[in-house]
Design a protein. Structure first.
Length: 137
């Protein structure tokens, strides 16, 4: 089976797991029904971005419903893999956001505030993961 066919199969599996019609899935992704139908039927190439968008829609719909029962196992496996490496992800976020904050004087005030808030949240998460007390920023 080629990669394009695998992606089409995964798109269809995500939609069916969510028990959505093609029209509902198209709407969830901001596509026309024809565009989604063409992806599922191979008339348009199913690219990685389509697969990722469908998976993201599955997560969003699961969050809205308050259940993960309909999230495909492959997506759950990806989430578990990511969750198992939270400390590394938080450390990376701290490093990237610190650097962005140090350079934020070149940005507009709203951008600086968003970077500052994101950095603050990453630092708090990092402290919590390391078991350090939260003594403010």
């Amino acid at each position: 089976m080629d990669i394009a066919q695998e992606r089409r199969d995964r798109l269809m599996a995500v939609r069916k797991n969510l028990e959505l019609t093609q029209a509902e899935m198209a709407t969830a992704l901001g596509l026309s029904l024809k565009a989604w139908n063409d992806l599922e039927n191979g008339r348009s190439e199913a690219r990685k971005i389509h697969q990722l968008a469908a998976e993201r829609a599955a997560l969003r719909l699961a969050a809205e419903c308050g259940t993960i029962a309909r999230v495909p196992q492959a997506i759950m496996d990806d989430l578990m893999r990511l969750a198992s490496d939270v400390p590394s992800a938080v450390a990376l976020a701290e490093a990237i956001l610190t650097r962005a904050y140090l350079r934020s004087d070149e940005e507009s005030e709203p951008v600086r505030e968003r970077v500052k808030e994101a950095l603050f949240q990453a630092v708090i998460a990092g402290r919590a993961l390391r078991g350090e007390p939260d003594n403010g920023p």
